[in-house]
Design a protein around this ligand. Structure first.
Ligand code: NAD
Length: 338
């Protein structure tokens, strides 16, 4: 069975580690850490081989009583593919090391498309990554946009998309990021980078985006206006999204009128870390006016890209070449809506 290693066991990395460990057609060979903190301790407790990315820090891990399986050099020997989930900009530098060693890798949305050369979304362009060596899983916002725009494009054809993204200011554990009392156009320029990012996986889509940061940590919220090629009703769109994997419809009238309530729902579902891997679309928001579709959705930024990393590994290692089969397999193993 092919061995997967996680370089950068943080917000995304630890979730992808659990998702890989849950699959039966790949194995988790290890994770890397720089600091002997609670995440290092818990990785070892879960039985994940822990390698240190800064070999000079071995003593610190010893002092903390955290058993390591080796250094990053040992880690490279053990893996067929790396999920690089290091902070923005480091992945592209690591790619040079992986290239020298001949190890395949997925990267995250913080890296630039041009530096990695190929971007990935399970629904939009899985097949482009079959056998590929280096693939970037698009960002949480872009993943959220693709998850709903792809089925809508399949249903009715898209002439033009305009989207406004209300972005969380920080992840819940990021105590030094903000804003804590402001609304910040971010980026302040129009269009934002999100539209071009969608185009890296949905080639030719006419999309323009604007984005702002707000003082919340829970989720992103998106507002979409989509001009359609063919006439469809709101019910047709509801039906399509209801039958789309990794998308759920939520209703304000049933107590799910905000990102806070949607996160509460994820807790009640008993999801690990209260993650919501699916994109939540507000059913009441779906409307078609003069051939233009309107809807609002919420994106759990810490977890929506996790299943896409698993699918990207299957495509790159040619474990599965049919996107629908990979998506279904990942979903089943992770308890995601299929
Ligand atoms: P994070 O800071 O939570 O985790 C990064 C991990 O990498 C940490 O454990 C850190 O100690 C480790 N690290 C730092 N430097 C390293 C190095 N040189 N070598 C090995 N490990 C190193 O970051 P994150 O939020 O998980 O983001 C990782 C990537 O995922 C970024 O590209 C980010 O843009 C992208 N992403 C983040 C989110 C999100 O909401 N957090 C969503 C989608 C994509």
């Amino acid at each position: 069975m092919k061995a997967v290693g996680i370089n950068g066991y943080g917000t995304i990395g630890k979730r992808v580690a659990d998702a890989v460990a849950a699959q039966d057609d790949m194995k988790l060979a290890g994770v890397t850490k720089r600091t002997p903190d609670f995440e290092s301790k818990m990785a070892v407790e879960k039985g994940y081989p822990l390698y240190i990315s800064v070999p000079e820090r071995e003593e610190l891990f010893e002092e903390a009583g955290i058993k390591i399986s080796g250094t990053i050099e040992d880690f490279y020997d053990k893996v067929d593919v790396i999920v690089d989930a290091t902070p923005e900009g480091i992945g592209a530098k690591n790619m040079e090391i992986y290239k020298k060693l001949g190890i395949k890798s997925t990267f995250q949305g913080g890296e630039k498309h041009d530096q990695i050369g190929k971007s990935f979304n399970s629904f939009a362009n899985f097949k482009d990554s079959i056998g590929a060596d280096y693939v970037r899983v698009v960002s949480c916002n872009t993943t959220g946009l693709c998850r709903t725009l792809k089925p809508i494009n399949d249903l009715a054809g898209i002439k033009k998309v305009r989207a406004v993204m209300v972005r969380r200011g920080a992840d819940p554990a990021q105590v030094k990021k903000g804003p804590i009392n402001a609304i910040v156009p971010n980026p302040p320029t129009v269009p934002s980078h999100h539209g071009p990012d969608v185009q890296t996986v949905m080639n030719g889509l006419n999309i323009t985006t604007m984005a702002l940061l707000v003082p919340t940590t829970l989720m992103h919220q998106h507002n979409l206006m989509v001009e359609l090629e063919n006439s469809v009703s709101a019910d047709d769109v509801i039906d399509k999204l209801e039958n789309t994997p990794r998308v759920i419809l939520v209703e304000a009238s049933k107590g799910l009128g905000s990102t806070a309530q949607i996160m509460e729902y994820a807790k009640d579902l008993g999801r690990p870390r209260s993650d919501l891997f699916e994109i939540a679309v507000w059913k009441e928001s779906i409307n078609v006016v003069d051939g233009e579709l309107y809807y609002m959705q919420a994106v759990h930024q810490e977890s929506d890209v996790v299943p896409e990393n698993v699918d990207a590994i299957r495509a790159m290692l040619e474990i599965e070449e049919d996107p629908a089969k990979s998506i279904a397999k990942t979903n089943k193993a992770m308890g995601i809506k299929g």
